[in-house]
Write a protein that binds this ligand. Sequence first.
Ligand code: PLP
Length: 349
Amino acid sequence: QQVAQLQQLPPDTMPVLKARLFANENPHGIAPSAKAALEKATTLGNRYAWMEFAQLKKLIADAEGVTPKQIMMSPGSSDVLMATAAAFSQRGPILTCRPTYDDLLERATAAKGQILTVPSTADMGYDLAALKAKALSTPGLGLVYIVNPNNPTGTIVPPAELAQFCRDVAPTVPILIDEAYIDFLEPADRPVLGKLVGEGLNIMLARTFSKIHGFAGLRLGYVMAQPNMLAQIKPYTNGEFAVSITTLMAGIASYQDQAWQTFCRTENAKARDYTTKALKEIGYEPIPSYANFILFPIKMKTKLFEGQMFGQGVGIQTRDIDRQPYCRVSIGTMDEMKTFVDAFKKVVG
Ligand code: PLP
């Protein structure tokens, strides 16, 4: 509600917030290397991107163990999620675990598709065992949708279990794994599912530059899948040319800028630890998060809490899960998180 009101304001009034922690954005901005590439790219604005797609796909393919033909670029990953919802909900119900990221599910519902869910685990994670049992016992499913790390909970499933799940289920039902927040995991802790695409499994991996790369406004994402799956969703996308040459060139720079990604990941972990600790000290129980946001139960009604936090200049999101009100706060800079904690203490007394 508060965010909807903000959307009515002229753009330059948005920074009126002291801490903008409602959209899981990167508070550090884009990498200096990406900025330099953007500036260089301004003189190419009259050209269609050709080689740039090939260049970025080659970088991704080499890093992920897929071929360039198994990659489709998109303006953020939303376009891919929407297209997948449209294409696969026509074939049968979409199976997932709630609470999770709702955009794909809402689009599928709007397209008259059916959503089936299994409850999350006691610690609010994806229940892979329950999902597998349901996926293999429900004839005619269209798709299994998994968000890992999950939004809004910040939970992850163990990488080896996820890989096994894919091997067990994908021969029967295609799986889309939304890995928007994967870059916030230490590289050693990440599931390495690209090689399963490389092996020919029917899984789709959706990625975005919106989070660790800070491209939420620039719009860049991609999906890795078998070429025949990409062909099925392609008619429902806006096409790869929806990605501008400027964004692509910045993306090529940012993708190779490991130092910037490490910086953002490390700063995120520090500010997340600080916030988790501060909340615990005043009697709140955040769900352990592996992403750039934290979800925790609150003791006030959602809209009242949200309104009062915005009143303090701190933008957050709220939602009810099983009738329990929760706050989801994105991880900003350390200063922003201190502002959040101060405002939170004032609001909850
Ligand atoms: N997937 C998840 C889980 C998200 O949380 C988001 C955005 O917050 C997206 C996908 C879409 O992001 P974008 O379209 O910017 O890539």
